[in-house]
Design a protein around this ligand. Structure first.
Ligand code: ATP
Length: 586
């Protein structure tokens, strides 16, 4: 299969303004892909070479990539960089410069998907002495054979900037249509994905073995499971009603969620986005290695920063010190962490994802040797709303965000945000709405003091049902001068020419972005708005819901994919809860 065939589809995906067309193009792509390389086609389309948990990144520095262009096209590197400054996208620069080179080269051979993949794999794996030269040679070799538009996508891929804005769920839809007749298989395919977090492997199994192969998927150590997430509600009585009158209430610790995989003495940690973060927390690995009694296990915990002198819990922000490649040992001493275990998904050959919460908790207790630094999450089983609020106050006093109330009979629903876990957060208790996570889908140029940067960003929440991002606010406050200076360059990789096919907006932004970056904002309240598309027509005909006085909290939610942002459904719940609160006060 020629690489050009994929590239043609990428161009069409990029140009469309219709979300459904994206799926059609992908179906077309899978139908013409030979079975044995469908995994590679999936990874390439996601801008990577492997699933995230493998931890091999492609992202090579722009400087090196620019050098490869300069070598292949016979243009000074400075000129390449000048073009880059003008266009802000090395892919476009490569496309343009390759066009002029084309006339000069006669002996290029067509690129195949496998050839491109294998070369990129060599680029990603090259390390140690002489690796820069090797990467350069490999990349310029590819460019020498590339058509201009192939060069564009190769460059975007190697620099980690191929962002077509295709959701995993869209890929699953397309796979179901391309490889199976019945829509019902979609559920099976999604289950396999939730248990393996590996779309390429799921696609290949499906293409080669059909739905029966997919049915055989099982939980496996060192292959992360997509995490179960919580819904939110503001009133304990309502939560109890949803959970059948009784709940297992656990403290909601304010740290980083980790999925711990233990195999013998080896421990691997995966983040909420299923990236391998083992190296950031050597101390957590040591704790889990020593204190989990099962030989093989998959458990989940919140990793929380603690004050080394007092042992008190510290807020999430303190974990920032661990987000680095070097100096981890020093950070480990200065900013230690504790682990609070709250679930077990697998232990010594037994899959616990289909078992009830109460059984899982019992097992978790059994396989854990608790200590000051590693314990089970505080919990209380009750059907009494008053007791829940007392437990809530205790949690908040200890530095937690609130509680997560869990159904005692509920299974572990991998990859789902359902009603078996419901969070009750601290800020529900105040007038100001609790923080929400919005996706940046557009921006407006700044004026006066802000000229050269953005005056406001267009924020959107995720409409899961329609798989689109609906606008909820324009955010202009909360940014520091530093933030403002950096915004244009931080968002540049996501900039596109028109509104993205998965965005619903009545506003005409000056700059549009592929839905990718997620930020946290707070606001005063939720109001009805004729101009925002979030929950349009749900509460009142002709109105959507907007955030009043939104401001940036300073927190980039890099741990969240755009589909993990706050959902329209959650906003509707929050709006209703707010109305109720107002009624109660009156
Ligand atoms: P938030 O932004 O509110 O932290 P989220 O979208 O990251 O939420 P949710 O599933 O909505 O994730 O909320 C649960 C999160 O709370 C988990 O991802 C986890 O990091 C954290 N957490 C802390 N303590 C617990 C606990 N006892 N049980 C489950 N999750 C917990």
């Amino acid at each position: 299969m020629r690489y050009l065939e994929i590239v043609d589809i990428y161009e069409r995906i990029e140009a469309t303004t219709k979300r459904l067309e994206m799926t059609d193009f992908l179906v077309e792509l899978f139908k013409k892909t030979p079975k044995e390389i469908v995994d590679k086609v999936i990874y390439l389309t996601q801008g990577k070479l492997y699933p995230d948990f493998v931890g091999i990144e492609l992202g090579i520095a722009e400087k090196l990539a620019a050098k490869a262009i300069s070598m292949t096209c016979g243009v000074d590197q400075e000129d390449v960089e000048k073009h880059l400054n003008e266009k802000g996208d090395l892919g476009l620069v490569a496309e343009q410069l390759t066009k002029s080179k084309r006339q000069a080269t006669l002996f290029s051979k067509p690129l195949s998907v496998k050839g491109v993949y294998d070369t990129l794999e060599k680029v990603a794996k090259a390390s140690g002495e002489g690796s820069m030269e090797l990467k350069l040679r490999l990349l310029s070799g590819l460019l020498a054979d590339a058509e201009p538009k192939e060069a564009k996508y190769i460059l975007r891929t190697v620099t980690g900037k191929l962002r077509l804005g295709i959701a995993d769920m869209t890929l699953l839809d397309a796979l179901a249509t391309a490889y199976t007749e019945s829509k019902e298989n979609r559920v099976l395919i999604e289950r396999a994905y939730n248990l393996s977090s590996d779309l390429g492997d799921v696609a290949k199994t499906l293409a080669e073995k059909g739905p029966n192969g997919i049915k055989k998927y099982r939980v496996k150590v060192n292959r992360p499971i997509r995490m179960m997430l919580a819904q939110r509600l503001g009133v304990p009585e309502e939560i109890l009603e949803k959970l059948g009158g009784e709940a297992a209430c656990e403290w909601k610790y304010d740290g980083e969620r980790v999925q711990i995989h233990k195999k013998g003495i080896e421990v691997t940690l995966f983040s909420r986005r299923l990236e391998n973060i083992t190296l950031q927390y050597p101390d957590a690995c040591e704790l889990a290695g020593k204190q989990l009694k099962a030989e093989e296990a998959i458990v989940e915990a919140e990793c929380v920063a603690i004050d080394p002198e007092t042992g008190e819990l510290l807020p999430f922000q303190e974990l920032m010190h661990r987000r680095r490649k070097y100096g981890i040992e020093e950070a480990k001493e200065k900013f230690p962490v504790s682990l609070y275990l709250f679930d077990v998904l697998y232990a010594d050959g037994e899959d616990f994802t289909e078992k009830a919460y109460s059984e899982r908790r019992k097992k978790l207790k059994k396989i854990t040797r608790e200590s000051e630094r590693l314990k089970l999450a505080e919990s209380l089983v009750t059907g009494d709303a008053k007791k829940i609020m007392q437990f809530f106050d205790k949690a908040v006093e200890a530095g937690c965000e609130g509680l997560i109330l869990k159904s005692r009979s509920g299974t572990y629903q991998a990859g789902a945000r359902g009603w078996l876990w419901i969070k009750l957060k601290r800020s529900y208790q105040s007038k100001i709405i609790e923080p929400i996570d919005v996706v940046i889908v557009g921006a407006f140029h700044g004026r006066g003091k802000r000229s050269g940067s953005y005056g406001a960003l267009l924020g959107a929440v995720y409409d899961k049902e329609k798989d689109v991002f609906a606008t909820i606010c324009k955010i202009g406050s909360g940014f520091t001068d530093e933030d403002l200076k950096n915004l244009p360059s931080m968002l540049a990789p996501h900039a596109i020419k028109h509104m993205h096919a998965r965005v619903l907006s009545e506003f005409k932004a000056d700059v549009w972005f592929t839905p990718a970056a997620v930020i946290e904002i707070i606001g005063d309240e939720l109001t009805l708005s004729p101009v925002h598309t979030c929950a349009y027509g749900v509460i009142r005909e002709g109105s959507g819901i907007a955030v009043r006085f939104p401001r940036f909290t300073g927190r980039w939610r890099t741990d969240k994919a755009p589909e993990d942002a706050t959902t329209v459904e959650e906003i509707v719940e929050m709006y209703r809860a707010q109305l109720k609160k107002i009624e109660e006060v009156q």
